[in-house]
Design a protein around this ligand. Sequence first.
Ligand code: SF4
Length: 150
Amino acid sequence: MKKLLISACLYGEKCRYDGKDNMLSCLDLLKDKFTLIPVCPEVSGGLETPRNPSEIIGDRVVMNNGRDVTAEYTKGAEIALGTAIENGCDVALMKAKSPSCGSGKIYDGTFSRTLTDGDGITVGLLKKNGIKVFNETQIKELVEYMELQR
Ligand code: SF4
């Protein structure tokens, strides 16, 4: 089966900043079709769960209490990329809007739930390395894309 990198919270792991998950309702369907490789860059980068929410401000990542967590986000991104490469994943399903896993749109750094154009730190690195990224609103497109790759 083809391998798919997936945000661990979409896979049901309670690794979100608030200690909850974002388990997909179609997770079993994806497990039938693909070998899922879960990653949580924020946890593997060394952050605790639960943790304060973070947003990207310029070239830094900062928690809502002012703590600079750029190093943890960068380390987590490198670990996620390493996992993708080791497993031969060239496609990823990553959680929308996250400062790590978001693709296309992320929060704008004002902690006011305002979106702006951009990618999370991990998704930016995955894309730079040629990995195609989808989010959980694009499952149909993802499955079609993966099936065309066979
Ligand atoms: Fe989910 Fe990614 Fe945030 Fe981890 S870093 S909780 S996988 S969105």
